[in-house]
Design a protein. Structure first.
Ligand SMILES: [Zn+2]
Ligand SMILES: [Zn+2]
Length: 434
């Protein structure tokens, strides 16, 4: 899991730069660069309105990215792809007003009827993010990169939120969330184990090279874009992958929502760990019975009964033949649980995900209990069925938080409180696995 966000960023920057170069070639006849040019000058020149395109060379002396070739708005940004040079994005006022309440307001307050094109200087906004946002809003899907680094996705989500167009942007981002999710380092929640606990474990699926994904940035992106599926998935990833000792790192000055998310994530992880330990107790229970004084018995004698010494005088060995079939099985099983790091809590792995994987991969050790008598508890059978039940429960458990429950002020896992039963959730709680 070597962190390589920079490489990814670099690739995305190059791709955007490449796209930009093509745009510039298209418009090369009017892309004379005037480094001193600025947006206010641009606006002043644009006041002429009604002029033919060919006469707009003064207006378009800056490089222009033609997102919509006949667009009537030029959004001015201070640079693209790491090049700090003022540049305009040609877009449509109709689309901007339709998709974004903030753009609608900006257009209504800054443009006059005579402006053509309308200039909208936004030098404080990140140019690359604005370019991406405009491509999405104008359905230029051919210009969208197949992958987007978490940092860029976070910037896009923030801008979409600021410009009140998260609804329009949200659908376009699912593929990027998906690519990031499947490039991440954390183990996926386990599939339910096969019914027979003696079969060999399924081969692990081939995993793509992992990249580091900032959990705060990616979760903020899902919150800002109101993305329920990847909110569940990335919260599950954090809960499973982060060591028990680590806390969700809330940046200083974060809003109350992020602080609440941090608390909910930690609370949920603790609750899941407690539930996991309770499930493990289901396996310990049949083993502990075998060691209880009440279950101690002589071979073929009920507990509490001792062989009548008179009837055993011909066979002295019988007098000490306590039945050990169950207690030997229990010893074997408890040792196996300890070796796997499942029990006791003192040998537990550092993260919930590792514990889940240990549980998923646990196989009941072979034990021959053919010598068991009528008064044995049947530890082998009880333990085996316990492993099957617990494995299924762990496989079907929902590990992440539900965005809709979280937004309603609930605990995000749909269990009790405000979480479940109030309103519709886009995430199916019953489905469990992410
Ligand atoms: Zn027995
Ligand atoms: Zn819910």
């Amino acid at each position: 899991m070597s962190p390589s966000p920079e490489t990814d960023e670099g690739r995305a920057a190059k791709r955007q730069k490449g796209a930009l170069a093509v745009e510039n070639f298209d418009g090369s006849h009017r892309s004379q660069t005037t480094p001193g040019g600025n947006m206010s000058q641009d606006a002043a020149n644009g006041g002429g309105g009604g002029m033919a395109r060919g006469a707009l060379d003064g207006v378009e002396s800056l490089n222009t990215v033609e997102i919509v070739p006949d667009g009537d708005v030029l959004i001015g940004v201070s640079g693209l792809a790491g090049v700090h040079k003022p540049i305009s994005l040609r877009v449509s006022s109709h689309i901007l007003a339709l998709t974004s309440a903030k753009f609608k307001h900006l257009l209504a307050t800054t443009a006059t009827a005579a402006d053509h094109p309308i200039t909208l200087p936004l030098p404080a906004e990140d140019g690359d993010t604005m370019l991406l946002l405009c491509h999405i809003l104008h359905l230029r899907n051919d210009k969208l990169p197949p992958r987007l680094p978490a940092e860029s996705l976070y910037k896009l989500a923030s801008m979409a939120h600021d410009f009140a167009c998260a609804v329009a942007v949200g659908r376009a981002t699912a593929g990027w969330f998906d690519a990031l999710y499947h490039s991440g380092p954390a183990p996926s929640p386990p599939p339910p184990p096969p019914p027979s606990s003696t079969t060999a474990p399924a081969p692990a699926p081939a995993t793509a090279p992992t990249i580091f994904i900032d959990p705060v940035k990616i979760l903020l992106a899902t919150l800002l874009l109101d993305e329920p599926t990847y909110f569940v998935r990335f919260t599950a990833r954090w809960i499973l992958a982060e060591p028990f000792a680590s806390r969700f790192p809330v940046p200083p000055g974060s809003d109350a929502q992020l602080q609440r998310l941090s608390r909910e994530l930690q609370r949920r992880r603790t609750a899941l760990l407690c539930a996991a330990r309770q499930d493990v107790d289901l396996l310990i229970e049949p083993c502990s019975v075998a060691f209880a004084r009440g279950a101690e018995h002589y071979i073929d004698y009920a507990p509490g009964m001792s062989p009548d010494s008179g009837s055993f005088t011909h066979d002295n060995t019988k007098a000490s033949s306590l039945c050990h079939v169950d207690s030997m099985a229990a010893t074997l099983y408890l040792g196996a649980l300890r070796d796997a790091g499942i029990w006791p809590a003192t040998v537990s792995p550092a993260s919930l995900g590792e514990l889940v994987v240990a549980m998923r991969d646990f196989r009941v050790p072979e034990y021959d209990d053919c010598d068991k008598c009528d008064f044995c508890e049947g530890v082998k059978g009880l333990f085996g069925s316990g492993v099957g039940v617990v494995g299924r429960m762990w496989g079907e458990r929902c590990w992440g938080l539900c965005l809709d429950c979280f937004n309603r002020g609930g605990d995000g896992d749909g269990a009790g409180g405000d979480g479940g039963g109030r309103g519709e959730c886009r995430w199916e709680h019953g489905r469990g696995r992410v």
